[in-house]
Write a protein that binds this ligand. Structure first.
Ligand code: CA
Length: 376
């Protein structure tokens, strides 16, 4: 089998209602889907997490190197593409683009073998995974505290046993929001907070200390991702577990984070940190360092499927009779492309998501949706 072509689909959809977090407000969702076609009629799909048009330019650059190559040679191709931009990339766009291609190649490997990706990785260790609801963003209208409490109660009613609140709007407002959500969901449901690196070390330390009484499961991206030592320092200064990693790339970034004891929870994005090939390595390294691995997921159904294939083989660490299961980040915000792109969207039941069991990613792509959301 030979690679014939690498296609990019830059997708965008307007939202009914804009939403905000500590960095920005958006009224649209976008995505870059990568399709690798072969001379045997098998196509693989992947997705890149990052600015779609810029990622597409890098995917096109890599694509020139791949025509005629064996798509099953995922490891050889990963190394070749990483080395192609090593002097200029190493992270960001260069690795995001590589991630989308790597996922598409794994999709082809699975389809060629007639097995899901998790089977090729030696799994599954689990057939379903507990999901936490990512939502609780800022809305343009209404009382911030009131709509957050209402939304949080909705997730509990749906069966979610964990959810994540956006913070980073200033300490007093964050505390009021977290208090309202904790009151709304009771003490049995896990609550995490995510600042999208809106704070410096001093402010994050104060917020972490003041949030501690609300039993927060982790404090995500409290400070800028470059400050590895700051993350380690924050872990010592305040009581909340510290999470991060969606802005970090490859084994090399995560080696630094793990060696510095900077994270309690590592959150590489499969569509950004290096694809299935690299994230499996990062996950194994996390286990060796005793760091929990809970992938960042923020994309369409393709990103979700790729993350689930990896989640199927994450180890139970430490091994015991009653293991703590890994978690799926399950984005509950409006995303018209996320469900439309799959012929059978990935849903949850009582806060659990089944791992797709069909060949490759285990999902069928709706070609009409690819055309409908394509940016001209
Ligand atoms: Ca996040």
């Amino acid at each position: 089998m030979k690679i014939r072509e690498i296609r990019c689909y830059v997708l965008e959809a307007k939202l009914d209602r804009s939403f905000g977090w500590s960095l920005a407000v958006t009224d649209r969702r976008s995505a870059l889907v990568v399709e690798v076609t072969t001379d045997e009629g098998i196509s693989g799909f992947g997705e890149c997490y990052g600015p779609p048009s810029a990622n597409a330019a890098v995917v096109a650059l890599y694509g020139e190197l791949l025509s005629g190559r064996d798509p099953l040679a995922t490891e050889a191709i990963w190394q070749e593409l990483y080395n192609a931009l090593r002097d200029h990339g190493q992270r960001g766009l260069a690795v995001q683009a590589l991630s989308g291609i790597d996922i598409a190649l794994w999709d082809i490997r699975g389809k060629a073998a007639g097995r899901p990706i998790h089977a090729l990785l030696g799994g599954p260790i689990r057939r379903r995974v507990r999901a936490y609801a990512t939502g609780l963003y800022e809305r343009r209208d209404g009382d911030h505290v009131a709509y957050l409490a209402e939304e949080a109660r909705g997730y509990v009613a749906e069966g979610f046993s964990a959810m994540k609140l956006k913070v980073g709007f200033g300490l007093d407002r964050d505390l009021a929001a977290a208090r309202a959500v904790r009151e709304a969901i009771g003490s049995e449901v896990a609550l995490m907070v995510d600042a999208n690196h809106a704070y410096d070390l001093l402010a994050a330390t104060e917020l972490g200390r003041r949030l501690a009484e609300l039993d927060i499961a982790w404090f995500e991206e409290p400070i800028p991702p470059e400050d590895v030592e700051g993350y380690a320092e924050l872990r010592r200064r305040q009581p909340l577990p510290v999470a991060g990693g969606e802005c970090s790339f490859t084994r090399f970034d995560f080696r630094r984070l793990f060696a510095a004891r900077a994270l309690d929870v590592a959150q590489p994005d499969t569509c950004a940190a290096g694809g299935i090939s690299e994230c499996k390595k990062i996950a194994d390294m996390a286990a060796a360092f005793g760091v929990r691995y809970i992938p960042h997921v923020w994309g369409t159904g393709i990103a979700l499927a790729a993350s689930l294939q990896l989640l199927a083989v994450l180890p139970n660490e430490p091994l015991c009779r009653f293991p703590r299961e890994p978690l799926l980040e399950f984005d509950r915000t409006e995303h018209p492309i996320r469900e439309a792109i799959l012929e059978r969207p990935i849903g949850h039941r009582d806060g659990w998501v089944e791992i797709p069991d069909g060949p490759g990613l285990g999902v069928a792509i709706d070609g009409e949706a690819l055309r409908r959301f394509a940016v001209a």
